[in-house]
Design a protein around this ligand. Structure first.
Ligand code: MG
Length: 279
């Protein structure tokens, strides 16, 4: 081997080593995003919060999608920017979040809030913003959630260039199913969820159909009639309990000053209903 060839060979081996090292580091990093000692999710090959699960592909949504658009006239406004009268704490006392400039903001530590009204099958619109000032990472950054009945969480997280375990990122059915794609926009920007929720069905006290959701994140479909295996739990697989025909919509205080605005809900009506004679 002449000198030139020898140098080339050594350099190539060096490059290959560096590439291998980078790949190893990436694998190591990905594994460290989640857990490897959690149960397998029923019907899937992944563990709960599996760090090795593929990261959802990033999709850049359109510039705006129904931001501050007025609700349809058969919707119930849950938050129109003025007060928290439709919400309460878990113990029924007044919600402790602050309202200013047309949005509500989590006061960290003040507690999770829930709607006073209860719902079954519904279409929900809400807008949220993660803190503009980025603090923390992974699950510690811009964490909240829409938890239907206090059981089924559609995760809210700052998932803009913030890797975490995929079943815990923004739009994930927490601990069960990552979104099909990651449609998150940068910290501080307003984002929207449109959630269509179909409650589980029971017959004679026996579960015959699991709850499912369809979710648009910033106008991008991220779940389509995706079932919840059971209630959302950290590091565990949830099981359906007693029949629950109605429940509140819960917004999570996870210690980050998250903002919400323009929240409204429509109960899903069946086909061929007699029209309201007043209309
Ligand atoms: Mg959460």
């Amino acid at each position: 081997m002449n000198l030139c060839v020898r140098i080339l060979a050594v350099t190539t081996i060096g490059l290959v080593s560096v590439v291998n090292l980078l790949t190893l580091n990436a694998d190591h990093h990905q594994k460290n995003l989640g857990y490897s000692d959690t149960p397998i999710i029923p019907g899937q090959k992944w563990r709960v919060h599996d760090g090795t699960r593929p990261q959802p592909q990033i999709v850049k949504p359109g510039a705006t999608f129904s931001h501050l658009a007025p609700p349809p006239d058969d919707a119930a406004a849950l938050f129109d920017g003025t007060d928290l009268k439709h919400f309460e704490k878990g113990d029924g006392s007044p919600a402790g979040w602050k309202v200013e400039n047309g949005f509500m903001e989590v006061v960290p530590g003040s507690g999770t809030i829930r709607t006073r009204s209860h719902f079954s099958d519904f279409q929900l619109h809400l807008e949220f913003a993660t803190p503009q000032e980025v603090k923390g990472n992974s699950q510690g950054r811009g964490n909240s959630g829409v938890i239907v009945f206090g059981d089924f969480e559609v995760q809210i997280l700052d998932s803009y260039r913030n890797p975490t375990y995929p079943d815990g990122q923004a739009g994930a059915l927490y601990g069960q199913q990552p979104p099909r794609v990651n449609a998150s926009t940068p910290p501080g920007t307003w984002q929207s969820y449109d959630i269509i929720f179909e409650n589980a069905r029971w017959e004679n006290g026996k579960l015959v159909k699991k709850a499912n959701v369809t979710v648009l994140h910033n106008g991008v479909l991220i779940h389509h009639k995706q079932e919840f295996n059971g209630p959302s739990l950290h590091r565990q697989v949830g099981q359906y309990g007693k029949p629950k025909t109605k429940g509140p919509i819960v917004l999570q205080d996870h210690g980050n000053p998250m903002r919400f605005r323009n929240i409204w809900i429509r109960e899903i009506k069946d086909y061929d209903q007699i029209a309201d004679p007043k209309k």
